[in-house]
Ligand binder design. Structure first.
Ligand code: ATP
Ligand code: MG
Ligand code: MG
Ligand code: MG
Length: 468
């Protein structure tokens, strides 16, 4: 059934509302209370206080469609058919209310009756020791045993350190041999694009203590996560999450901007831009501003990475700010904050992007020169000083330099780079420059109306080191 992404989102929330869930709109991408997390990366992340019992939920069953950012997946964008840095996660949650049986039952009902997926294409994975889940899938649901795959701890057991944890069960969709790999036994868990993991059901039933003992929780929880874009790609029968209805409009606009027909080797860059412009639009909409650390650095990196891929397509002017309008057009109805802050978002992207456009060409030339020199000398590591120059004078975030170098098997002396950074920080401190202008001769955001700039300091005043 060809359902649009917006339609799937609404159908999901309605389905669980009818199952008596409290529907909560997406929390911001910036964790409101959780200092351990840079950006919300799953539907359950903002609900942690309800799971741990430190806060009372509005109801003991909830459902959300949560905006997520996963920088861990940045290298996969455009390389696999199913990873983005920004995506929406649909989820239903039980805080000590219903458990495994209902979670499995309802996922099946939603998949077959609302999404109308052909039954024969749906598979499930379970944690290898979770016989209870096996029995539910097999005896209760009637799924054939060949289509219930037992996977190990890395894939199907959810835990972070100590505390609540438990086995998972994932739903997979078989897209057919055409999407597959060489392996005749290819099945869920394989890394190719044939079996798409689209829904993860986490059964939080244990508590893990310091000694590594697992004890049963008195009232177990349910936490599920379904990737909206992945479901849409399955439903719309398109190759990747970049070609679903909502993404395609951005994708096509990128092609229109580059003024020449799409070439095959350009597809990764187009996908990167399609993803990153969405990420930066939503991030700025949630109050993040570009900076050199923490989430502001993640934003800056995504924005400049997007600009670089634009350049690879031959786009030599600021274009992300215009693409942003398309993002707001598509998502503005379901995420009204984007419409409300559209002018502000445009302004932030514009200054950041225009400033980078001034130097990116020169920076690329210099980097190419460095690479040539390394090649001539038969060396593999760019000096920290050179990487720092690219950063300081041309606005190349270290990760961008690293990535461009990695494409040719070079790296950077990161320690020396960090030392150069530290030296500059100290200099800035001693000259009483409080504003974070590192990375630029002057802060590109200076031209933004200060009233706008300080609007969201509540979110951005945390000092954290970005690990991206
Ligand atoms: P994968 O193994 O494909 O990387 P995951 O196991 O890391 O996915 P989960 O942490 O289980 O993903 O997240 C729940 C769901 O969110 C996944 O089943 C998938 O549908 C979706 N999802 C996860 N990562 C991404 C991503 N980078 N882009 C789009 N959707 C994602
Ligand atoms: Mg993953
Ligand atoms: Mg997985
Ligand atoms: Mg998973």
């Amino acid at each position: 059934k060809a359902m649009g992404a917006n339609e799937i989102r609404r159908a999901f929330l309605k389905f669980f509302e009818e199952k008596d869930h409290y529907i909560q709109k997406s929390y911001p991408l910036v964790p409101l209370e959780d200092k351990s997390l840079l950006l919300i990366n799953a539907g359950m992340a903002p609900l942690k206080p309800y799971f741990s019992g430190t806060k009372e939920p509005p109801k003991n069953r909830m459902a959300t469609c949560q905006k997520c950012i996963r920088t861990d997946d940045i290298e996969n964008v455009g390389r696999t058919a199913r990873h983005a840095t920004f995506f929406e996660m649909l989820g239903n949650f039980s805080f000590g209310d219903y458990f495994k049986k209902e979670a499995i039952e309802w996922s099946w009902e939603f998949v077959l009756e609302v999404l109308e997926m052909p039954r024969e294409n749906v598979w499930a994975s379970i944690y290898q020791e979770d016989d209870e889940a096996f029995d539910l899938w097999h005896d209760h649901i009637g799924l054939e045993k060949e289509k219930i795959v037992r996977l190990g701890k890395e894939d199907n057991f959810w835990e972070i350190g100590t505390g609540p944890c438990g086995p998972c069960s994932e739903l997979y969709y078989d897209r057919g041999a055409a999407y597959g790999c060489e392996d005749p036994d290819c099945k869920p868990g394989c890394d190719c694009d044939r079996f798409v993991e689209f829904w993860n059901l986490v059964f939080t039933q244990f508590n893990k203590d310091e000694e590594g003992n697992y004890t049963k929780l008195p009232s177990p929880n349910i936490d599920t996560g379904m990737g909206l874009e992945r479901v849409a790609a399955i439903m719309q029968d398109v190759n990747s999450i970049y070609e679903i209805d909502v993404a395609k409009r951005i994708y096509d606009r990128v092609i229109a901007m580059k003024n020449s027909p799409e070439k095959e080797e350009e597809s990764t860059s187009i996908k990167v831009i399609t993803d990153h412009v969405k990420a930066v639009t939503f991030m700025i909409g949630d109050g993040i501003v570009p900076s050199n650390e923490g989430r502001g650095y993640v934003l800056r990196r995504l924005l400049r990475r997007g600009a670089r891929h634009g350049r690879m397509l031959g786009i030599r002017h600021s274009f992300l700010k215009d693409l942003m309008d398309t993002v707001v057009e598509i998502f503005g109805e379901d995420y009204p904050e984007l419409k409300e802050k559209q002018d502000y978002i445009r302004k932030i992207i514009t200054v950041e992007e225009e400033k980078f456009q001034e130097t990116i060409g020169q920076g690329m030339e210099i980097l190419d020169g460095y690479i040539e020199t390394l090649e001539q000398k038969g060396e593999k590591v760019l000096s920290g000083a050179d990487a720092f120059k690219l950063y300081d004078t041309y606005g190349f975030p270290l990760d961008l330099t690293l990535e461009i170098l990695a494409e040719k098997n070079f790296t950077v002396d990161e320690e020396a780079f960090e030392a150069a950074m530290e030296k500059q920080r100290n200099l800035a401190r001693s000259s009483r420059q409080k504003q974070g202008t590192e990375g630029w001769a002057e802060d590109p955001l200076k031209s933004v109306d200060p009233k706008l700039k300080t609007l969201f300091t509540g979110y951005t005043s945390f000092k954290e080191t970005a690990k991206v």
